[in-house]
Design a protein around this ligand. Structure first.
Ligand code: SF4
Length: 686
């Protein structure tokens, strides 16, 4: 037989925020196998099913290969010059007629850092607006806001590997076995090494099976629950007095607020028994240092930022911040959502969290980018851009690699916003539920068709490598943004991911100053990395050094408030949403991997065995789930893991996507992150 040469290319997984390091085993330009990189951080050779088998999408026959322009409601193929010129002339005329803030952009948390950097630069330096945001708005914006307010920096404080060595793991609002599978393996290692495991969640998901304590709290009661735990710690005098005195502000107001939440009151609000609240508080005190881990079960609430601050409060009170095997550890969802935040795809900061309202930062970027008068007003967040399309305040929207029709709450509302837009541009790999509302679609290079970096949830910047050219006429995203800038008269020099990073990203932000491309040829580096000699930062705030004015952390005094929409007679159930192991978001990638489709071929609504019995619903029967926004027909999955009164669904299949039901009016008061985790629904047997 014929002998082929097999080559191995190291890269970073394109799916979740764990950022697993993998080898692609290549025969020509075909991936024939994927394996983990032994001993490399963060995954030490481990990979989950998505990382191992989810790569077919790059070879899909459905890839977009040429620019498309919509004419009379139908897309036709176009040359790059024609499509780029059309976008430039439309953006120019909209800006001239309606002002710079009439255009807005949504960047991509799936694509490389260098693409997000380039898109926010286009909006700020060329279109002169800060209307740039990305999907952190719908997931971890409360983390960035809450941790910045409490600790001074919005990133995960510690590292995933520490889970294996800590004394205690406090996992709240995170179904990591499915959403961050390799992170969950480190938690299980920790448990095996003797750590205590506390799981807090409305669902008894798989990780709860390993827990020493599982608290099944009611959806949206987190602030009350955490105040209850801290009430026990303070009243029983079990908190780190020295740490609090030396390193924290606002102690008196914080303490007074917490004392309003005795376990008896908290038990009523949260449904967690008083004795269990006391037991959990004692377990936390007796097993320090411990790590707190959370995901979107904390952030996607109307009190999302308060929930994040509450988790930070707990860890500060226990003295569990600024040391090894401890900390506040948000698990970021998408592969590069940390990176898209870091790169300034946010309406309030340039990359490296340099504020657009700070005149010094503006001056620095005006000089570096060779422009004048960078906008000094905060830009709009995604929900305001969407609503603005309907009111007419917003005319054009550029959507880069996000399927917002399926991922934003209340699909009917999102569609009506896009239909009201004057001009919509998309960069994408495929036709999606969203691109069909575009006027121009740019076909883009995918993961493994371009060189650049992803940043995982532990702030680790790792290499993403090109293994083949993009199909047909598809182009790298940074090139698309550069070509538009050129047609506005801006000549940007950098012409590759590595050049963008080394010439602009690193020198223009303290966090990345010492993080050059050649340093991450092998293993990634965790920011901050401030000089050539700096090896990066595994743990933030070491020795109580907080990046807030005055150098201290802030203990927030927080009140609990119920979700915006609570069950009533007409809609007696709470719907909560999330994702499952075998698919990723709206399946634009995993839906094109045959094996993964076989593993999860349809969507389910998980309901409790108690409710199923009462309503006469059998496992596997079709039901209707209805909210004030819409209804879906879906297969019921009856489970004793769901608490009575709760319905749980994911967003993987469009026809019965949970977002036909979720609310766009309930949102976090500070970051406007939608309340995906709580809305009122009714269920009905068909
Ligand atoms: Fe990829 Fe996340 Fe799975 Fe790792 S855990 S292989 S990063 S999807």
């Amino acid at each position: 037989g014929r002998i082929y040469e097999i080559t191995k290319v190291r890269t970073t997984c394109p799916y979740c925020g764990v950022g697993c390091q993998m080898y692609l085993h290549m025969k020509g330009d075909q991936i024939i196998e994927v394996s983990g990189v032994e001993d490399a951080l963060p995954n030490k050779g481990r990979l989950c099913v998505k990382g191992r088998y989810g790569y077919d999408f790059i070879y899909s026959k459905e890839r977009l290969t040429t620019p498309l322009i919509k004419e009379n409601g139908v897309f036709r193929e176009a040359s790059w010059d024609e499509a780029l010129d059309l976008v430039v002339s439309k953006f120019k005329s909209i800006i001239e007629k309606h002002g710079n803030d009439a255009v807005g952009g949504i960047s991509c948390a799936r694509s490389i850092n260098e693409d997000s950097y380039q898109m926010q630069k286009l909006f700020r330096a060329v279109f002169k607006t800060n209307n740039i945001d990305h999907c952190a708005r719908v997931c971890h914006a409360p983390t960035v806001a809450g941790l910045a307010a409490s600790l001074g920096t919005g990133g995960m404080t510690n590292s995933l590997g520490e889970c294996a060595n800590t004394n205690l793991l406090f996992c709240i609002g995170t179904n990591m076995t499915e959403a961050h599978p390799i992170a969950a393996t480190f938690v299980k290692n920790g448990k095996r090494n003797g750590a205590k495991l506390i799981v807090v969640d409305p669902r008894r998901h798989r990780l709860a099976d390993y827990a020493d304590e599982f608290a099944q709290l009611k959806v949206g009661s987190d602030v009350a629950f955490l105040n209850g735990i801290m009430n026990v710690l303070i009243t029983e005098d079990k908190y780190d007095k020295e740490f609090v005195k030396e390193h924290c502000e606002n102690w008196e107001d914080f303490k007074a607020k917490v004392l309003e939440y005795p376990p008896s009151r908290v038990a009523e609000i949260s449904g967690v028994p008083e004795e269990q609240i006391i037991r959990i508080a004692n377990m936390l005190w007796d097993n320090r240092p411990g790590m707190a881990l959370y995901t979107l079960g904390i952030t996607e609430h109307n009190s999302g930022t308060d929930n994040v601050k509450s988790v930070a409060n707990l860890q500060l009170l226990l003295g569990n911040v600024g040391k090894e095997n401890a900390g506040v550890n948000p698990l970021r969802g998408q592969n590069n959502v940390q990176g898209a935040c870091d790169m300034g795809a946010l309406p309030n900061t340039y990359h490296g969290y340099q504020y657009v309202v700070d005149p010094k930062a503006r001056e620095k970027f005006e000089k570096a980018w060779g422009v004048e008068n960078l906008p000094d007003q905060l830009g709009k967040m995604i929900p305001d851009m969407m609503d603005g399309l309907k009111t007419g305040e917003q005319k054009a929207l550029w959507i880069f690699g996000e399927n917002i029709v399926a991922t934003e709450p209340d699909i009917s509302h999102v569609i009506s916003c896009l239909e009201a837009a004057e001009f919509v541009v998309c960069n994408d790999l495929f036709m999606t539920e969203t691109t069909q509302y575009a006027d121009v679609i740019f076909p883009a290079a995918a993961w493994s068709e371009d060189d650049g970096t992803f940043t995982n949830c532990e702030r680790r910047v790792s290499r993403v490598r090109k293994i083949k050219d993009a199909p047909g006429d598809a182009k790298p995203n940074w090139w698309i943004f550069k070509e538009v800038a050129k047609r506005f008269g801006h000549n940007w020099e950098a012409s590759s991911g590595p050049e963008i990073w080394d010439n602009e990203v690193a020198p223009l932000a303290d966090n990345f100053k010492g993080l050059t491309f050649d340093k991450i040829e092998e293993d990634g580096i965790q920011w901050p990395c401030r000089s050539v000699e700096d090896p990066g930062t595994q743990i933030l705030h070491m020795n109580g050094n907080f990046a807030r004015p005055g150098g201290k952390a802030y203990l927030s005094d927080l009140d609990w408030r119920p979700p915006t929409e609570v069950p009533d007679e007409e809609y007696p159930f709470t719907l909560s949403t999330g994702r499952r192991l075998y698919h990723y978001h709206t399946r634009t990638q995993t839906g094109r991997a045959k094996g993964l489709n076989d593993l999860l071929p349809e969507e389910y609504a998980d309901i409790s065995d108690v409710d199923a019995k009462r309503l006469g619903i059998e496992h596997g029967e079709k039901i209707i789930v209805r909210s004030r926004r819409g209804e879906v027909k879906v297969t019921a999955r009856v489970s004793e893991r769901i608490q009575p009164g709760l319905v749980w669904m994911a967003i993987h299949y469009f026809e019965n996507n949970a977002n036909w039901l979720t609310t766009s009016t309930g949102k976090d008061s500070i970051t406007k992150t939608p309340e995906y985790k709580a809305c009122a629904v009714a269920i009905e047997k068909i």
